[in-house]
Design a protein around this ligand. Sequence first.
Ligand code: GBH
Length: 470
Amino acid sequence: DSLDYRESGLRFPDSFVFGSATAAYQIEGAVDEDGRGPSIWDTFSHTPGAVENGDTGDTADDHYHRLESDLDLIAALGLNAYRFSIAWPRIQPTGRGEANPAGLAFYERLVYGLLERGVTPVATLYHWDLPQALEDQGGWRNRETAYAFADYARIMGEALGDRVQIWTTLNEPWCSAFLGHGSGEHAPGRQDNTEALTAAHHLNLAHGLGVSALRGVVSATAQISVTHNLHVIRGDAEGVRRIEAVGNRIFTGPMLHGEYPADLLHDTREITDWSFVRPGDLELIHQPIDVLGINYYNTTLVGPPTGSADAADSAAGAASRASAFPGTDDIPRLDQPGPFTEMDWNIEPSGLLQLLTALHEEFPGLPLMITESGVAFNDVVTVDEAGTTRVHDDNRVDYLRRHFTAAHRALQAGIDLRAYFVWSLMDNFEWAYGFSKRFGIVRVDYDTQERTLKDSALWYRELISSRQIP
Ligand code: GBH
């Protein structure tokens, strides 16, 4: 159980990379500046009812204006690497055409600032902020978006390919496809299972074309990756198989094996005939990558499929009800033992080890990185007589200790795990939850934009400098 994962004193090898991560729309703000075009998240967050409390990323952490001091913060923590994302609409305001010099300049300053401080930059090209102009032409439902992405990837590779040694094409395409087009809880907020599967294929295509575009322009030693939120599903074997098909293998199949799983095609036959997969697409998607990124938060428990939709859904048919896991309405999700986070996600470090072990077995020889792991909790802020603010987040320290223990066990088991990026460097715009959920190891006061290292940040700084779990 989860308590078994609370060990101190475990030592990580010198080559292990301790990092932290953010994403552009969640921290930057400055959405109208220096030629940035609107993205689907600007549109979505300004849609009444879409985001909790009506929050938007208009200002967020104001990182765009606080780049230098945030770089100093990164250096003060001693991070070996920093994973950030590039806002496509800063580079190509309409998603096509010439690069916007002011947009490029911002990420050049970021990358040079990291390198000057001895921190390795890890760049993600797409963390969900699609240029709105491309959405207006069909977004990820339109295969042209994949070609536009490849052009953008080439622009970024040409601009930063000599400085950035680790590239990620997409962050969590599952979220873009299925939260964006299935459940509708993310931008662009659509709810249609057929569209969601179409989007998934075009995201796969974008990844493959993006890898090829980068290969042509970045330095020969650069590593190219993709990041997935692979679901760790437990319980009934048939339920697990079906959820893994539409949750995980729909991406890892084409990207890493060069084919869509036969069971997925069969399971979804009432939703789509998959005619959007054109001859040659699988070769384009199946590009060698150098390292695989995974984001890990929690596990899911399922029961045996009932084989039929709820009575309430039968008029529409099980297959047609839009969902984040299209066509799986008849698979019951079961309650899991706690503890739970502020997101109501269960805390289960063994799931991380299970996932790393399974990937090591399925893709031998493919290095792995944990590109996100972290937790939302309500932190306790105290101010002492001297006026010093402290943020006590023992529960986050405990969460991190358990998950770093799981990562260490993966290393002990001979798994080629290269890095661990804590989500997140600082509190930020948590998508549909707005600012109501805080994932940072650094607290952000949204009135003053003041940053305060939480106890977890102090703990992490000690882990990084000693390479031993405190
Ligand atoms: C990541 O996505 C994002 O990359 C990042 O931007 C975000 O801020 C961070 O995580 C925190 O949310 O079915 O209730 O068990 C997370 C993707 C998908 C992870 C849904 C948890 C299961 C929730 N999430 N998933 S549940």
